[in-house]
Design a protein around this ligand. Sequence first.
Ligand code: FAD
Length: 292
Amino acid sequence: MKPAPFDYVIPGTLDEAIGYLADEDVESHVLAGGQSLIAAMNMRMARPELLVDLGKLDELAFIREENGALHIGAMTTKRTIEFSPVVENTQPLMHAATLMIAHPQIRNRGTVGGSVAHADPAAEYPAVALLLDAEITAVGSGGKRTIAASDFFITYFTTALQEGEILTELRIPAMSPNTGWSFKEFARRHGDFAMAGVGVTLNLDAGGHCENTKVVGFALGATPIRCQAVEAAVNGERPNPELFAAACAKMMDGVEDPTSDVHASVEYRRDLASTLAERAFAEAVGRIGAVA
Ligand SMILES: Cc1cc2nc3c(=O)[nH]c(=O)nc-3n(C[C@H](O)[C@H](O)[C@H](O)COP(=O)(O)OP(=O)(O)OC[C@H]3O[C@@H](n4cnc5c(N)ncnc54)[C@H](O)[C@@H]3O)c2cc1C
């Protein structure tokens, strides 16, 4: 199919882009890499009257490390993340997750901001943002604000961004030293969206007990979710396979309205998520050993 008719502008500055989006009488959409939006327009699931292309806003394409935190501009492509030594060294989990996103052609065009703003529950970057406590900057005609990732993802393809706001930047705080991490997903073919995915970070205290455990599951429900029941079961305990098996059985606890679709039933997703989480814990703990 072809998209419904639309107008198209390509602003040269962020202020100009915000100006275009401010007109409440026109249904406008931001165009970033177009890897989700153009497909939705072609299927007429999205029918914007005006496309505001951010493609010329070089001011939104950057990777910077400031005081240990990683700042990533919204128009930074996934391919740039993939080949960034700064990302690989400071946030190896994000780098690993990037390699699981689609295919090189899509990573060449698709942007960090586009993935986070699109908020597909099976996408990697929303889960990464939640797991790594990212702060998301949004700019609109009302000014600039910062939203914690934990407040950002509302439901399927819906975020805390307001009409006319542009996501401009992700700020990811530094990982504490000796953090173990793992990011795992299952997809039927390489490059497909995940049927289930899990990210884990944790530390070990001086006595070898797990602390600061964070677990995020994705493709399980309407948004990526913090799996607090799993975290609580692991914190304070010495890592071992029996502990992780028992804790990871709780992966779907707290997931409201778990996803069941043509790809996988709720029961299948629960099994997948638990197995992935067990493997993720083993890998994360192994990584602490490797750096200790
Ligand atoms: C075959 C295929 C396989 C894919 N597999 C995966 C996968 O495995 N994992 C995955 O995560 N993704 C996957 N994707 C999606 C891809 O990662 C997209 O790049 C991503 O979802 C959207 O990024 P984009 O820059 O292309 O945004 P666009 O498609 O341009 O925009 C997507 C939405 O976000 C809004 N938007 C974009 N940027 C901003 C901004 N800065 N501020 C506010 N709103 C904004 C747009 O208005 C639109 O509503 C796949 C896509 C295809 C075509």
